[in-house]
Every structure is written in structure tokens, then in C-alpha cells.
Design a binder for this molecule. Structure first.
Ligand SMILES: C[S@@+](CC[C@H](N)C(=O)[O-])C[C@H]1O[C@@H](n2cnc3c(N)ncnc32)[C@H](O)[C@@H]1O
Length: 131
């Protein structure tokens, strides 16, 4: 964090942390730059596969039993979209895509743009099931 913040301070020609805090308080563009620079956006399809297994095998069946097949899901820090698209695949398989509503949000506007685009390189798709 310190290294990243120091780099931003230098990039914006600030002389101290206080100067930089004053800058991001008064300039919304600088604040956005700060948030985008600081967030760690690592993500991949089915990241932490063991958790997806629990979701698929335990949580979803229990949820469907209790609430029915129409589900609303919030991917609250969705990064580049790998998580909400993984959710669409996993949940859609159990209840049908038409029954799932997925809200995906992130504090970092840059990754939201990537998520909307939905383009991924071959490497990040490597762990996806064939179907
Ligand atoms: C390490 S990524 C994880 C992405 C995804 N959930 C996954 O597991 O693959 C963490 C994400 O959380 C976002 N984030 C951090 N603080 C946040 C906040 N207060 N509100 C919304 N998103 C936030 C970051 O911008 C980043 O994209």
C-alpha cells in the first residue's frame, strides 16, 4: 500500500501525505484515480474452486428449497466480472438463466468497464469446464 501511495504522490507532484490528502479531498478525479490505483483486482473464473463446490452442492440446493427457483444474487466486489459470470453459469445450470438476476458492483470503475465488455484472455478461461 505504502509503495503504491508513494508512487501516486510522486506522480501527482505532491510534497507530503497531507498535500495528497488535500488533493483527493477536493478533486473527485484524483479520488477516483486513488481508488482505482489502490484496489487489488485479482479475479478469475471459479476462483477458489472449493468454495464454488460448496455453493453448487450445498448452498444453492438449500436456497432453492427454501426460496424457490427465482434468485437474486449480488456479487458485491465483482472486479472484472469473472465472479458474476461464473455465478451465471453455476446458478443458471440449476435454475435456468431466466430465473437468475445478478447484480455486480465494484468500487473501481475501471474493472466495471472490463466486466461490462466481458472479454477475457485464453489464460483466464483455462479453468472453465468444457461445457
Ligand atoms: C481481489 S478482488 C476479488 C474479485 C472477486 N470477488 C473474486 O473473488 O474473484 C477484490 C475487489 O473488491 C473491490 N472492492 C474493494 N473494496 C470495495 C468496496 N468497499 N466496495 C466495492 N468493491 C470493493 C476491488 O475493487 C476489487 O475489484
Amino acid at each position: 500500500m505504502k509503495r503504491r501511495i508513494d508512487a501516486l504522490i510522486a506522480k501527482n507532484n505532491c510534497q507530503s501525505y497531507d498535500d495528497y490528502v488535500a488533493l483527493i479531498k477536493k478533486d473527485p478525479v484524483m479520488l477516483e484515480q486513488f481508488v482505482n490505483y489502490l484496489t487489488i483486482n485479482v479475479s478469475e473464473f471459479y476462483r477458489n474452486p472449493e468454495q464454488w463446490k460448496v455453493l453448487e452442492q450445498d448452498i444453492l440446493p438449500a436456497l432453492i428449497k427454501e426460496k424457490g427457483r427465482r434468485l437474486k444474487i449480488w456479487s458485491a466486489a465483482c472486479s472484472t466480472g469473472d465472479e458474476p459470470y461464473s455465478l451465471a453459469m453455476v446458478v443458471g445450470k440449476q435454475v435456468g438463466l431466466a430465473n437468475v438476476e445478478i447484480l455486480a458492483t465494484d468500487i473501481d470503475k475501471q474493472v466495471i468497464e472490463k466486466a461490462k465488455l466481458g472479454l477475457y484472455n485464453v489464460k483466464s478461461l483455462a479453468g472453465l469446464p468444457a461445457e
